[in-house]
Design a protein around this ligand. Structure first.
Ligand code: PDD
Length: 282
């Protein structure tokens, strides 16, 4: 496949970076995943803003404008075979001459991007939806989960625990027993027709899919959504649970550990919200 590295497009096997890159040595970088359907990106501006917030917080200075990024994303869609893509953007602090914890001055960030094919969009049909069985465990990541850092080992370990149990995600709760998010998704619950999701703070990533869903719900007054603390007991007792991300959209969870959610099938509210989301895309 064709990838982008520091200003050039090249075959993936020709893309090389230094082992002294701080992305490699420290996970010192920021990333994004932007969905593109038939060449149209969803939430592009919000994704770039979130990346810039992360870069600012890490004091990584990069002079790419949103237009620079848009051209890179368009080029990757055009230069690769496929219809729908997840576009991965990655900025690390760059390569130094030595390994030292302090932020070095005068180095150039490394910028890498590639496109991976994603399946046809999720269908909002209860019988044929992609469903998720998930694990549930205490969130043992760091306290800066709002930063979309490339240092994902905490997330990877949580995901792996789920995978080892035959699941496709791991939902997390904090030391107070409150739902935070999942290892690579945000979480929503539905109880008696009311939708809730944890509020934005340092414990979760401000997901763009989460944000799009909340906006869609706000323009449909019959669908109420609350951003509030949710206990792990409420999670397990919910009628519906969804995990959301750029590639999953609204993913219905049918089982958490050994607990069946609702009837063990995607729910009516999921169906409504996923179909509104699909409409919103075009
Ligand atoms: N994951 N929370 C975490 C920890 C995530 O890694 C992600 C996204 C989300 C959802 O964010 P968004 O709706 O903006 O995709 C929430 C990406 C897709 C990944 O790591 O592959």
């Amino acid at each position: 496949s064709t990838v982008y590295l520091n200003g050039d497009y090249m075959d993936a096997e020709h893309a090389k970076i230094s082992p002294m890159d701080r992305g490699f040595l420290f996970g010192d970088g920021i990333y994004e995943v932007i969905p593109a359907y038939n060449g149209d990106m969803l939430g592009f501006t919000a994704h770039i803003e979130r990346m810039n917030n992360g870069l600012n917080e890490l004091e990584i200075v990069l002079n790419y404008t949103p237009d620079t990024w848009r051209i890179i994303c368009d080029q990757l869609c055009n230069k690769n075979q496929g219809k729908n893509f997840g576009i991965y953007l990655h900025v690390s602090r760059g390569a130094d001459t030595k390994r030292a914890h302090a932020y070095p001055t005068g180095i150039t960030p490394t910028v890498f991007a590639y496109a991976f094919e994603i399946p046809e969009q999720p269908v909002s049909i209860i019988e044929s939806a992609t469903t998720y069985t998930v694990s549930l465990e205490q969130d043992k990541r760091w306290q800066r989960c709002h930063i979309k850092s490339t240092a994902l080992l905490g997330n990877v370990i949580h995901y792996q625990h789920g995978a080892a149990a035959g699941n496709k995600e791991t939902i997390l709760y904090n030391g107070l027993g409150e739902l935070t998010e999942a290892s690579s998704s945000n979480v929503f619950i539905v109880k008696d027709g009311v939708i809730s999701t944890p509020p934005l703070d340092n414990q979760i990533l401000p997901g763009i899919t989460r944000w799009l869903i909340i906006n869609i719900l706000h323009s449909h007054s019959e669908l109420k959504v609350h951003e509030r603390r949710i206990s792990k007991e409420e999670l397990l007792d919910a009628d519906e649970v969804w995990i959301t991300s750029a590639t999953k959209e609204v993913g219905p969870v049918i089982k958490i550990n050994d607990t069946l959610i609702g009837t063990g099938k995607p729910g009516k509210t999921w169906q409504r919200v996923q179909s509104l989301f699909t409409l919103h895309k075009f």
